[in-house]
Ligand binder design. Structure first.
Ligand code: FAD
Ligand code: NAP
Length: 321
C-alpha cells in the first residue's frame, strides 16, 4: 500500500493530535500514525490534574480519547502503524510502516515523544501508577503531607526533590554515587532544604526493591556497599534517572542535541522546523526541559501552523516558476 499526503504526523500523544487538529482545520487532510503507544505517555497514568479546563482531574486515557475524537471530527485520519524507516533525502519524503505500508508526504511532523528511563526492577514496574512515577510535576500532589523518595542525582532528580519538598512531609533523595551531577545552583537550593529538614539525602545507595501492598507503595529497600540493606518507609517513589527521546530513526539525519531534535535553527521563520525543510518536530521529542502535555500540545499547534505556511509558500514558489 502506498499513500501520498500533504501532512504526515508521527505519534498520537498530545503533540501529534494537536498538530492533527490544526492541520485538519486548515483542510490539509493530515494522516496520523499512532505508533506503538496509541495516545502516548498520558495513557500510562491515572489522574491528570493540570490539563487546563478540566476540574476535577481527567484520566489520562480518557483525555487522549477526547484528543482522538477531536482530531477525527475535523477530518484527520488515524492509522495504527509504527514507522520503521524514513527517507528525508527524497521529495516527497518516504516513510515505511512495520507491515510494509509506504507513506509519501510533502511535510512530516515528528511527535514521537520520549520515554522515561526505568531502573528495571520488576517491583518498580508492578507499582508504576500505584506509587511509582516518573514525573513529580504530574503526580507529586497525590503525596501531599506524605513521605516520598526521588531516585537519581542529576538536575531532574534535584528539581523533582525540590518541587516535592513543598508538597510532601519529607523527601528522601536517593543517589547511587557520593556526589550529584546536578548543577551548583540547584545543589545550593537542595542543601537549604536539607538544612530545613524538608529533604534527607541517602548517598551511595541503590534502590533494589519497591515494597507495597494492594493499596500501593509502602517502602523501598536500599542496597549499599558498606552495610546491610535499609528500608525507607515512603508512599511515593519518583524515578528521575533521565529520559530517552524516541529519535533513533531520525538521528543522525536530523540535527539533535543529546538525542532531542533541534528545531528553528535552519530557518528562524519556522521555529518548529528541523534542519530538513519540510520536516517539523514537536512535543517531548524536541523538548528536554518542560515535558508536559500542555507544552507538547502547544508545540504541536506551532508545528502544524509552520507546516501549513511551508506548504503555502512552496506551492506559491512552484506556481511562480
Ligand atoms: P508522547 O505522549 O510520548 O507520544 C508519543 C507518540 O509517538 C506515541 O503515540 C507513540 O506511539 C508514537 N511513536 C513513537 N515512535 C513512533 C514511530 N516510530 N512511529 C509512529 N509513532 C511513534 N504531563 C502533564 O502535563 N500532566 C501530567 O499529569 C502528566 N502525567 C504524566 C504521567 C506519566 C506516568 C508520564 C510518563 C508522563 C506524564 N506527563 C504528564 C508528561 C506527558 O505525558 C508528556 O509530556 C506528553 O505525553 C508528551 O506528549 P508527546 O505528544 O510529545 O509524546
Ligand atoms: P542525567 O543528567 O543523565 O542524570 C541521570 C541521573 O540518574 C544521574 O545522576 C545518574 O547517576 C542516575 N542514574 C542513571 N541511571 C541510573 C540507574 N540505573 N540507577 C540509579 N541511578 C541512575 O539526567 P537528567 O537529570 O534527567 O537530565 C537530563 C538533561 O536535562 C541534562 O542535560 C540536564 O542538565 C538537563 N536538565 C536541565 C535542567 C535545568 O537546567 N534546570 C533540569 C532538568 C534536566 P550517575 O550520576 O551515577 O551517572
Amino acid at each position: 500500500m502506498t499513500r501520498h499526503v500533504k501532512v504526515l504526523i508521527l505519534g498520537s500523544g498530545p503533540a501529534g493530535y494537536t498538530a492533527a487538529i490544526y492541520a485538519a482545520r486548515a483542510n490539509l487532510h493530515p494522516l496520523v500514525i499512532a505508533g506503538d503507544v496509541p495516545g502516548g505517555q498520558l495513557t500510562t497514568t491515572t489522574d491528570v490534574e493540570n490539563w487546563p479546563g478540566t476540574v476535577p482531574a481527567v484520566l489520562g486515557g480518557v483525555l487522549m480519547e477526547e484528543f482522538d475524537r477531536h482530531a477525527r471530527t475535523f477530518g484527520a485520519e488515524v492509522v495504527q502503524d509504527v514507522i520503521v524507516s524514513v527517507d528525508f533525502g527524497r521529495r516527497p519524503f518516504v516513510l515505511t510502516g512495520e507491515f510494509g505500508a509506504v507513506y509519501r508526504a510533502d511535510t512530516v511532523i515528528l511527535c514521537t515523544g520520549a520515554t522515561a528511563r526505568s531502573i528495571g526492577l520488576p517491583s518498580e514496574a508492578a507499582f508504576r501508577g500505584r506509587g511509582v512515577s516518573g514525573c513529580a510535576t504530574c503526580d507529586g500532589f497525590f503525596y501531599k503531607d506524605q513521605e516520598c523518595c526521588v531516585i537519581g542525582g542529576g538536575n531532574t532528580a534535584v528539581e523533582e526533590a525540590l518541587f516535592l519538598s513543598n508538597i510532601a512531609s519529607r523527601v528522601h533523595l536517593v543517589h547511587r554515587r557520593d556526589r550529584f551531577r546536578a548543577e551548583p545552583a540547584l545543589l545550593d537550593r537542595l542543601h537549604a532544604r536539607v538544612a530545613e529538614g524538608r529533604v534527607a539525602l541517602h548517598l551511595s545507595r541503590e534502590m533494589d526493591e519497591v515494597l507495597g501492598d494492594d493499596r500501593g507503595v509502602t517502602a523501598v529497600r536500599l542496597r549499599r556497599a558498606d552495610g546491610p540493606p535499609e528500608t525507607l518507609p515512603v508512599s511515593g517513589v519518583f524515578v528521575a534517572i533521565g529520559h530517552d527521546p524516541n529519535t533513533a530513526l531520525f538521528v543522525p539525519a536530523l540535527a539533535h542535541r543529546d538525542g532531542y531534535l533541534q528545531t528553528g535553527l535552519a530557518d528562524p521563520a519556522y521555529p518548529m522546523m528541523t534542519n530538513v525543510p519540510g520536516v517539523f518536530a514537536a512535543g517531548d521529542v524536541q523538548d528536554s526541559l518542560y515535558r508536559q502535555a500542555v507544552t507538547s500540545a502547544g508545540s504541536g499547534c506551532m508545528a502544524a501552523l509552520d507546516a501549513r505556511r511551508f506548504l503555502e509558500l512552496t506551492a506559491a514558489a512552484v506556481a511562480a516558476e
